[in-house]
Ligand binder design. Sequence first.
Ligand SMILES: N[C@@H](CCC(=O)N[C@@H](CS)C(=O)NCC(=O)O)C(=O)O
Length: 342
Amino acid sequence: MPIDPDASIEITAFDWVPPFAAGLVRDLRVRWALEEAELGYRTRLLDARAPRPPEYLREQPFDQVPSYREGALQLFETGAIVQHVGEKDERLLPRDAIGRARAIQWTYAALNSVEPALQSFASLDLFFAGEEWARLRRPGAEELARLKLKRLSDWLGDREWLEGSFTIGDLMMVSVLRILRDTDLVEQHASLAVYQAAAKPARHFSARSQRSWMISRRRAEMSYVDGFVIAVPTANKQKFIDHANTADVVFKEMGAIRIVECWQDDVPDGKVTDFRRSVQAKEDESVCFSWIEWPDKATRDAAFAKMMDPNNTDPRMDPANNPMPFDGKRMIFGGFAPVVDV
Ligand SMILES: N[C@@H](CCC(=O)N[C@@H](CS)C(=O)NCC(=O)O)C(=O)O
């Protein structure tokens, strides 16, 4: 289920996270639940490196992601959000009273009994590596993490899932186990390794949707890139920046993850081909090299279809309102599927 910019469900996420956090940001849990329930959603991406707007505290009192919006309903806390999504699909949250209560219980267990121990341990290496106090704390933190894993492994035994079938409890527990992905502690328990692996096919993981996943090792499998080379009159540099600042917001709203517009700096003439020739750049023009990164091709195709829609009256994309400060006929562009992403 690709991100749908018109979906009624909206979640917040970060537009970028450092590699160590990629694949661990908590909006992933919500995306996974939405994917399982086959519900479309749109994302509102926040800048992780800048303070959130003060009004964000009214939707997420702790200034974190994700938050969830659906009509008049505003939710925060992944446990509450995932449970809410579960209510919409009995494949995630059984309808019978006992099954339902047990699934909810496991969601709490993941967040309350397991996650704090795993997070405390993982944080030592992620955030405080090299600090003396962290070195001293590490053995105790590891012991507690190992104990939690053992208890969980003992419960699972030969079971496929925590209860009879996959539920929000498993979804949350597997998400929490991922916190230890840079260690082999989980894999040391055969039952946990099997459990984690079994959740993979079930997850239909918002593989095509989350920025943090894209930054992760799975990134090359799922993202999609549009590349552009443009000849811009050198005198129009500021106009080009202003135009891009207006238009690129629209791409972001339609699901683009990253848009980079680059002005020529070291662009040599080639013997056979070069950037300037590719767009027939004139003496008084500079070459710009830009790309848009999408979570997947479907999101990109949907965005382009919307852009081309004659009924789309967005003034930011209207040439009369926001004229292109370059000759669009000489621009070259194309869509590319990543094959390597290191
Ligand atoms: N208990 C919250 C935790 C949310 C949380 O820790 N979010 C992190 C990203 S994984 C965050 O926004 N960190 C940025 C910050 O705290 O400033 C939940 O489960 O929703």
